[in-house]
Design a protein around this ligand. Structure first.
Ligand code: 4AD
Ligand code: MG
Length: 433
């Protein structure tokens, strides 16, 4: 009885009186003695099923009665309109088969967060999280559409690496047959190597950060969308970033309104962000604003999560902060020729308190200057031998960026915590399930 199955969503489009066969999981169950109401959940949504001796053979009324929460079932019936049913339609059952009878489901509602995280493999079935996975799918699809339309090549860099991209403090060390190796923090250096043949490259891959920060926006393992472009300066790169974010946000508004509404996301904010042309402020200006807001912060201080949250109060779209002091940023960035104390670097911050979702820069393309920058940071040039080589054979101006996919999803979906942007989050002390 597997053929001719339709989704809960398409049942609602059928004429009343049409026969339909559906399958899925028991989401709600109400036994009224004579009648039994089941709300069926499948990947497309939910649908009310009614078993009633008036139109359902007795054995199937009994099967409906026995179908516990989260049991998998296949059901056949006739479509009827009912304004009280979710979505305005229901299926009056003629047949019901229990495929997998569920034991007492451990999640009933009202459980604490640690319990839910221990049961994440079951909790991910929830309608709320399912809506997030669907939004995430559309974001990933839009990223790919965007880069494809712009002639970027998708590449696959390694996750096991030898040296730090973003500083030694947050490296996860692994045992590489007795030698130390690390899980990658960023694919940037490999993308830089690939621009010398492909010119414009991008990748979507996990990045790993052993940051002991217990914030609502840090994961140990996150999905990193990175791109690198030969011949491009910081300006062009910022334009690429805002067009990417605007395009993806627009696609999500086009395709995932139902999910956003299920999540009670206020879409006004997102509407404002669907066009590029996001505001830009220099680091210097950001510091001035923070001081105006009463913070005792000075030029040269880091702009952390708390400061970022304050700055987001001034905007209702993503916005850039540019031209950070060199010491605050990574060794590979190019100093601004106009003001060599500042880097040609930018962050894109999402509004509503989220903060940094993208970090990017123009790269130092000169061999001697890069060697000096490595030494200035007390790093060992030996560790960056192949990276330096890229500046020895036909070096060109180039720029790139990395977008934290999970943080972007957190913003778009209006989530309180980054853990709900990804099915199996790695954060705090969690590596199960
Ligand atoms: O700013 P970051 O450290 O930049 C880089 O890694 C560059 N090498 C990227 C590049 O130019 N190719 O990280 C980029 C983005 C951040 O803006 C943030 O959105 C995200 O990665 N990110 C994290 N997301 C979740 N959890 C963490 N622990 C994250 N650390 C960074
Ligand atoms: Mg950053």
């Amino acid at each position: 009885m597997n053929s001719g199955v339709v989704s809960t969503r398409s049942v609602k489009a059928l004429e009343p009186g049409s026969p339909a066969r559906v399958r899925g999981w028991v989401y709600r169950h109400r036994d009224l003695g004579k009648k039994v109401f089941i709300v069926l959940r499948d990947s497309e949504g939910i649908l009310q099923l009614v078993a009633d001796p008036a139109f359902t053979p007795r054995e199937y009324v009994e099967a409906a009665r026995e179908a516990t929460i989260e049991s998998s079932i296949i059901a056949e019936g006739v479509v009827a309109r009912d304004p009280r049913a979710p979505g305005g339609a229901e299926l009056r059952l003629r047949k019901l088969e229990i495929v997998g009878l569920a034991e007492d489901f451990p999640i009933k509602g009202g459980e604490g967060i640690d319990y839910l995280l221990d049961n994440r493999h079951l909790w991910i079935r929830s309608r709320k999280l399912t809506a997030v996975w669907r939004i995430r799918h559309t974001a990933l699809k839009a990223f790919r559409e965007f880069f494809e339309a712009r002639g970027f090549w998708e590449v696959s860099p390694p996750m096991l690496t030898q040296a730090a991209v973003e500083g030694g403090a947050t490296l996860f060390k692994v045992d590489f047959f007795g030698r130390p190796a690390y899980l990658t923090q960023s694919s940037q250096f490999y993308l830089e190597a690939l621009i010398f043949s492909l010119e414009k490259v991008w990748t979507l891959a996990p990045s790993f950060r052993a940051e002991r920060s217990r914030t609502r926006r840090h994961l140990y393992e996150y999905w990193h969308l990175e791109a690198e472009e030969a011949w491009a300066g910081m300006e062009e790169e910022m334009r690429l970033v805002e067009e990417l974010v605007a395009y993806t946000t627009r696609r999500i508004l086009e395709e995932r309104l139902e999910e956003l509404s299920l999540l009670k996301r206020d879409t006004e904010m997102l509407e404002a962000s669907r066009k590029p042309g996001y505001p830009r402020i220099r680091y210097e200006e950001a510091i001035r604003r923070l001081r105006e807001k009463g913070l005792s912060i000075e030029y040269g201080d880091d702009i952390g999560a708390d400061e970022e949250r304050l700055l987001t109060e001034d905007y209702d779209t993503p916005f850039f902060i540019t031209h950070f002091p060199l010491e605050l940023k990574s060794f590979y960035m190019k100093p601004d020729p106009q003001n060599p104390r500042e880097a040609l670097a930018f962050d894109l911050l999402a509004p509503e308190g989220i903060g940094e979702i993208v970090g990017g820069s123009e790269r130092q393309e000169d061999y001697n200057a890069l060697l000096q920058q490595i030494k200035d940071r007390g790093l060992n040039p030996e560790d960056y031998k192949w990276y330096l080589d890229l500046r020895r054979y036909g070096s060109v101006r180039h720029s790139g960026f990395g977008l934290g996919v999970d943080r972007y999803i957190m913003w778009v979906a209006g989530l309180d915590h980054i853990r709900d942007s990804i099915p199996f989050p790695r954060f705090r002390d969690r590596i199960y399930p």
